[in-house]
Design a protein around this ligand. Structure first.
Ligand code: FES
Length: 165
């Protein structure tokens, strides 16, 4: 067996163990899908097609369902992302409650734009659809941690705290 296929088998074993562990933790219902996808991205930094297929198998969903959810929440990273992935909600409530200021502040501090990763690979900045925190808009996630009722000052403090980590 060549080195390449050995690597692939090791990777698949790792993916299987990870997805299985996450499914044991979060359950195997449709509601478990998002936390499981988040768990995969946290651990592996991105969601490979192998990982999505494995999640579909574990939860008995179609690959299209998993792919659809991953796309909707912008988890479909084809590139390894930064250690901290910031997902700022771009949907209407957040947009109307000052998302633009919040986004601008993040862009200024980190010197990156939506879709980019800082050169030290610490932060990636993404937009996402409604996170379900509309009543406390504007909202964002940093990895799987939600932050709500944001404004420029609040988000500056949060980002600076992550910079110090
Ligand atoms: S619109 Fe932003 S969380 Fe719902």
């Amino acid at each position: 067996m060549n080195h390449q296929s050995l690597k692939k088998i090791e990777y698949m074993d790792e993916v299987k163990a990870l997805v299985n562990g996450l499914a044991n933790k979060h359950g195997r219902t449709r509601e478990s899908l998002l936390p499981i996808l988040q768990g995969v991205v946290d651990k592996m930094r991105y969601l490979s097609s192998e990982a999505m297929t494995e999640v579909a198998r574990e939860l008995d969903l179609s690959a299209a369902q998993v792919f659809g959810t991953a796309t909707f929440y912008s988890f479909l990273d084809t590139q390894p992302r930064g250690k901290y992935v910031i997902r700022i909600c771009k949907t209407i409530s957040c947009d109307m409650h000052g998302k633009r200021d919040v986004l601008q502040t993040i862009e200024e501090i980190l010197k990156i734009r939506i879709g980019e990763t800082t050169s030290n690979r610490k932060f990636t900045l993404l937009e996402t659809n409604c996170l379900g925190w509309c009543h406390k808009a504007p909202a964002m996630l940093i990895n799987d941690e939600p932050y709500t009722e944001l404004n420029a000052d609040k988000v500056r403090d949060i980002i600076n705290e992550y910079i110090r980590k």
